[in-house]
Design a protein around this ligand. Structure first.
Ligand SMILES: Nc1ncnc2c1ncn2[C@@H]1O[C@H](COP(=O)(O)OP(=O)(O)OP(=O)(O)O)[C@@H](O)[C@H]1O
Ligand SMILES: [Mg+2]
Length: 424
């Protein structure tokens, strides 16, 4: 379908769609685009084109939607905010806050292009593990721009920290310390550091988490996207000490439901693992985090036999740490649950952790080098408890020294596997 736009008109296209510019000059998030350029708008995503001259577009796609607007699609308050932010001494940290689906990431793109056009070095910190754009889901990432961007996923990945979950629940300390690590790195390599956040803003836990994030990352500016006063409660404690730039919310945002978000996440995983291979690693040269496994010592034969006798079960692996006993059994075998208390008493540990041999298959893991830098993520294909090897499916090629267990299981093509039993 072909469409004509007058100068000053805008069109917001919702994917899945292909947009081809037949004629004219347009602007897309502060980037100039013109004849013969083509853009793929993925399912669940939207692109706001603004015509700078009379233009003709071709829209391709059976499920696409579009809205033509007489108003500018990028509200003018973005421009004035960008100008004011430009006066702040560099390196400057700008944190973007707002409810879900308020256009936070779009504002980050716009500001990133604005400052890149001025010749500044621009970094973007993506703290959304669920809808991660720069890296794979379950991580937080830092990207450095080398070209203008249409979406955050265009930004080349510079560094990542593995969090292991798509939600911050139970992982807030790791997110805060990880984000600080990324900001510290960014301060050395960028003039403008844009910090994109999640839309989790209501309730006591969200308030405490956002406040801790602001204190930890020390932004110079808080950019607040509000329809009315939805995030005033987050801004209030800081408004006398940090510059606050309030921006309006663009009214035609297509809300993404949890199904769309899951779909986007799974395609992100799928894409990340596209060039992955199976790697077999020797457990003896690895250290582990977020698991009792290999945090203590393998039981000697006599002790091992005693544990088997107490629990009336054969184990293929048995280990004791100062606070836990970790046991691996065959999937088909059973142990006597009534004897757990006795074992706790015998060894004076609170934690008796018993897993099946195949329990960790599909678990996502963070892979770190010897300097504890995250190299990437992988998923566990198999652990050979008897022969001290682990097989991991990952695109990471470098030497792996640390393996951090995550809290989500996926298939090799990125589908999430429901599993309640993901603890240590
Ligand atoms: N000014 C705008 N004009 C047209 N479309 C917009 C505008 N701002 C945002 N959108 C569209 O709305 C959708 C949601 O925007 P965006 O991803 O920036 O929101 P978000 O607040 O980051 O969402 P989330 O809470 O999921 O992180 C996107 O598809 C984006 O293209
Ligand atoms: Mg976002």
């Amino acid at each position: 379908m072909n469409l004509d736009l007058e100068a000053g008109q805008g069109i917001q296209v919702t994917g899945p769609a292909k947009v081809r510019i037949i004629d004219g000059e347009l602007s897309l998030l502060g980037i100039d685009v013109s004849s013969n350029q083509e853009f793929i708008v993925k399912s669940g995503k939207q692109y706001p084109f603004e015509a700078k001259s009379q233009s003709k577009l071709e829209l391709i796609g059976t499920d696409l939607q579009y809205i033509i607007s007489e108003e500018p699609l990028i509200p003018p308050d973005r421009k004035t905010a960008a100008q004011r932010i430009g006066f702040i001494p560099t390196p400057a940290r700008i944190m973007v806050l707002g409810q879900m689906d308020t256009g936070k990431s779009t504002v980050v793109c716009y500001l990133a292009n604005h400052f890149l056009n001025q010749g500044k070095r621009v970094a973007v910190l993506d703290l959304d593990m669920g809808q991660q754009d720069i890296g794979p889901p379950c991580t937080i990432t830092l990207g450095l721009l080398n070209n203008p961007i249409l979406k955050l996923s265009d930004i080349p990945l510079n560094r990542m920290v593995f969090i292991g979950k798509t939600s911050p629940i139970g992982r807030m300390l790791q997110i805060l310390t990880g984000a600080r690590e990324l900001v510290d790195h960014a301060l050395n390599v960028a003039d403008i550091i844009l910090i994109d956040t999640t839309g989790w803003v209501f309730g006591g836990a969200a308030r405490a988490y956002k406040a801790a994030k602001i204190r930890t990352l020390e932004p110079d500016v808080l950019v607040a996207l509000e329809k009315e006063d939805e995030i005033e409660h987050l801004l209030k404690p800081f408004q006398s000490v940090i510059l606050v730039e309030k921006l309006s919310v663009y009214p035609h945002i297509e809300l993404r439901n949890s199904k769309t978000r899951k779909f986007l996440r799974e395609s992100k995983f799928n894409n990340y693992f596209k060039n992955a291979v199976s790697r077999t690693l020797d457990l003896r040269f690895l250290t582990f985090e977020n698991t009792f496994f290999r945090s203590g010592k393998r039981l000697l034969e006599a002790e091992w036999n005693k544990v088997e006798k107490t629990l009336e079960c054969d184990f293929i692996y048995a280990e004791k740490a100062v606070d836990a006993i970790f046991l691996v059994k065959r999937s088909s075998s059973f142990y006597n649950k009534d004897k757990i208390k006795q074992l706790r008493g015998d060894y004076r540990v609170n934690e008796i952790r018993i897993i099946d041999k195949n329990d960790k298959k599909g678990l996502i893991v963070g892979l770190l080098d010897e300097k504890l830098k995250t190299l990437g993520i992988g998923l566990i294909e198999n652990i050979s408890y008897e022969s001290d090897t682990i097989r991991i499916f990952t695109p990471v090629k470098e030497d792996i020294k640390v393996l951090q267990y995550g809290f989500l299981k996926i298939t090799k093509t990125g589908q999430e596997i429901l599993d309640q039993n993901l603890s240590f």
